[in-house]
Design a protein around this ligand. Structure first.
Ligand code: ADP
Ligand code: MG
Length: 438
């Protein structure tokens, strides 16, 4: 198998395991540079991609290559030389590859299940489809993970594209915009960046909360925004929280976002969850009895992505074990890994963190702002929020009356670090395992 075929095989194999945003951001611009006896060398477009791949995706990459090549390999990353990028960009200048929009055809307005949690957002989507650029610009959709923001946004894009094939629609996870911006600075190709985004008829930016703290990106986006708005090009933005709750986001952007229509999507209620599960089964040509579907919807949490994952897992296990989809069989498959009780107990969590860092509890919850207290506090905020599910206000109270925005900041910081930072990953594993074995 030559390198190109091998790389394509690799992409095909990993694609189902990743969200399309992650797949595009981290893998599509990466390539297989070379292959020696037992080393696979991957060439990444920039340091950011290299870092993310090696911090977050190394096991997946290695295991996949090992399966494909049927031997043990190690993975090395190099950064594509700048000249090469410049060269490619020059070639791309008249027909930039990246501007060919790719909208995941899986997400349509037709297969978006409407219920009380999302009907207002859905109605707004319909209005945007009727009159893009004029009725609600921007449309700002926000809500927790897995509630269907990306699905609805891309659904609008697909419908508009079907109505008019010549519309230039750009879908872009916020990371892509940031990377493009950084790349444009490095290669002094700001004009290309501008022509790419400012020519869009429809611009879809996903998960814009990641613009937080990125001043240069925000500034560039502000100008893009103004230009597109003045041309009546429709913009749709999503975020996991409302613009006001995004820290380190310039006020002028907040007020621009608020100038369109901001709508939240809530986690779906029970009936909507059942309807979504039914739709997902149907799409995949599977069927499960209604009572089974209801049990699933009742027992699983409201993140639809997880719900869907769990549905697929159960269908697979039933097939593998050759079991009928009865209530008894499903019941035994559910709840296979409940969180240990200690991870649900705020007091135990706090004392576990203190044990690990060798701190008195009164320091963790006290007013002092010493540097060495920052990480333990952030970890407390993260675990109390993610594991116990306490509100940020409540957590602020437990940690000595800290403000809820401080808590949000700390929680999100750890959320990011557990993906990127090996030391923090180790600390978290250690704290969790101590709590579990307490
Ligand atoms: P978000 O962007 O809010 O994190 P996604 O749009 O990625 O969530 O949705 C997660 C999964 O749940 C996707 O597979 C999506 O198709 C599905 N989903 C979410 N809401 C709905 C809905 N109302 N109808 C059908 N599928 C949905
Ligand atoms: Mg999303």
């Amino acid at each position: 198998m030559d390198n190109l075929r091998l790389w394509h095989k690799f992409l095909e194999t990993i694609k189902p395991n990743l969200s399309s945003a992650n797949f595009k951001s981290w893998f599509l611009k990466t390539s297989l540079k070379g292959l020696t006896e037992n080393t696979v060398i991957l060439s990444t477009p920039n340091a950011f991609v290299k870092e993310t791949l090696s911090q977050k995706y190394l096991p997946l990459i290695r295991e996949t290559f090992e399966k494909l090549l049927d031997k043990k390999v190690s993975i090395e990353f190099i950064i594509k030389e700048t000249e090469q990028i410049q060269h490619e960009e020059e070639n791309d200048f008249f027909q930039p590859v990246q501007t060919k929009s790719f909208l995941n055809p899986k997400y349509t307005l037709e297969n978006f299940v409407v219920g009380p949690s999302n009907n207002v957002a859905y109605a707004a989507a319909q209005a945007v489809v009727q009159n893009p650029g004029t009725s609600y610009n921007p449309l700002f959709l926000y809500g927790g993970t897995g509630v269907g923001k990306t699905h609805l946004m891309i659904g609008i894009g697909n419908t508009l594209q079907a109505k008019n094939a010549r519309l230039k629609i750009i879908y872009c996870p916020s990371e892509t915009f940031m990377n493009d911006y950084v790349g444009a600075i490095q290669t002094r190709k700001m004009a290309d960046l501008r022509s790419k985004y400012r020519k869009a008829d429809i611009l879809l930016i996903d998960d814009i909360q990641f613009f937080s703290g990125r001043e240069g990106t925000q500034d560039e986006f502000f100008h893009t925004f103004n230009e597109l708005q003045s041309k009546n090009s429709q913009m749709i933005l999503t975020s996991d929280r409302s613009p006001h709750e995004i820290e380190k986001l310039e006020d002028r952007l907040k007020s621009r976002f608020a100038g369109g229509l901001m709508l939240d999507i809530q986690p779906p209620d029970f009936d909507t969850r059942v309807a979504i599960l039914q739709a997902k089964c149907l799409e995949r040509g599977e069927s499960l009895p209604e009572d089974v579907m209801e049990t699933l919807a009742a027992s699983l949490n409201s993140n639809i992505r997880e719900l869907e994952g769990e549905l697929m897992r159960i269908i697979q296990v039933l097939k593998l074990k050759n079991l009928q989809p009865t209530m008894e069989n499903i019941g035994s498959l559910l709840h296979q890994s409940p969180s240990p009780a200690a991870l649900k107990d705020p007091k135990k969590i706090l004392s576990g963190i203190c044990d690990y860092f060798d701190l008195p509890l009164k320091d963790l919850t006290g007013p002092r702002r010493q540097k060495e207290l920052v990480l333990p506090r952030h970890i407390a905020m993260y675990l109390l929020s993610e594991e116990v599910g306490l509100t940020v206000e409540k957590i602020g109270g437990m940690l000595g009356g800290r403000d809820h925005t401080t808590v949000m900041h700390g929680r999100d910081k750890i959320k990011q670090l557990v993906l990127m930072d090996r030391d923090v990953q180790k600390v978290m594993v250690e704290i969790r395992s101590r709590l579990i074995h307490k």
